[in-house]
Design a protein around this ligand. Structure first.
Ligand SMILES: [Zn+2]
Length: 294
């Protein structure tokens, strides 16, 4: 079992420990459960889907990286596929505060990067901040997304974000998590560049059209790609680097082990990720960034 789960796992009910142990015993547990695994764990424990999501929160929160706040937030997103995805907050000491990832952003992005089509619900151990409510308003599930919080009845994003402003107010037809391919091509054969290009092609940037994607390679040779997720309110937008770091972290890798990165964005974009990406990568010890333009 990955060392980060040991403490939280020990505090779970015995029946849940027994059901989860075969999944978590692998070091490469991907911080997600497939629909079949969810059904199996529910059958073994007697928990329903919602109760299981709450029970998993301590494990999700154990994935947080919080050198600044020491405040561990966990989120569990459930896709329409039935698969569930962990999310956790991430902070980067030495970078600007704007580079921070919130747990809800982590769970949403985790689901998106693993190919989930749409979210049905998200369960969080603390009430979502305004930033996250706005971030989630970009999703193709819209204000119908169910939000589960400890000690509260289930409510929708619309309940938590009344009088909202979002993509529909700007006549945006393609929403976050909708499948899309922008069709960019690049004459690169390097595996990292190929994955960065694919991520760029699937990025969500309907306001600036400044599509971008990144791929990170760790010292262990694994590759993690991230897509830009733009937001109607601009500031809650999540850069591609954060997407890749979310996936890397939840896969159990150490974000201080990024060896090199390839960022791909349009030439002369209205919004550029290059300088902030270089700066944040440097804060986590990676100085080898190749920035390619389309
Ligand atoms: Zn938040």
């Amino acid at each position: 079992m990955h060392s980060r789960f040991i403490e939280a796992f020990a505090l779970l009910p015995a029946a849940l420990q027994t059901a989860l142990e075969p999944l978590l015993s692998h070091d490469d547990f991907p911080a997600m459960l497939t629909a079949a695994q969810v059904a199996d764990v529910c059958a073994q424990t007697g928990l329903d889907d919602d109760a299981l999501a709450f029970a998993l929160l301590p494990l999700a929160a154990a994935c947080s990286i919080t050198p600044i706040s020491h405040f561990h937030v966990g989120a569990v997103a459930r896709g329409v596929s039935g698969d569930v995805y962990f999310g956790a907050n991430m902070e980067f000491s030495g970078a600007s505060m704007q580079q921070t990832v919130h747990a809800e952003q982590s769970a949403v992005t985790h689901a998106w990067l693993r190919g989930e089509a749409k979210l049905a619900s998200i369960t969080v151990n603390y009430t979502p901040c305004g930033h996250c409510r706005q971030f989630m308003n970009e999703l193709n599930s819209g204000t119908a997304l169910n939000i589960h919080l400890p000690g509260r009845d289930v409510a929708t994003l619309g309940d938590y974000l009344p009088y909202s402003f979002g993509p529909r107010d700007l006549d945006i037809a393609t929403l976050l998590m909708d499948k899309f391919d922008h069709g960019y091509t690049l004459d690169e054969t390097d595996a990292l560049s190929k994955q960065a290009l694919q991520a760029c092609n699937q990025s969500h940037a309907p306001y600036s059209q400044s599509h971008s994607g990144i791929a990170l390679e760790t010292h262990s040779g694994k590759i993690f790609a991230g897509r830009y997720a733009e937001n109607a309110a601009f500031n809650p937008s999540l850069p591609p680097l954060q997407g890749a770091l979310i996936l890397l972290n939840l896969a159990g890798e150490d974000y201080l082990n990024v060896r090199r990165a390839v960022l791909i964005e349009r030439s002369q974009p209205l919004v550029s990720q290059r300088d902030a990406t270089r700066s944040t990568l440097a804060a986590i010890g990676c100085t080898e960034l190749t920035a390619l333009t389309l």
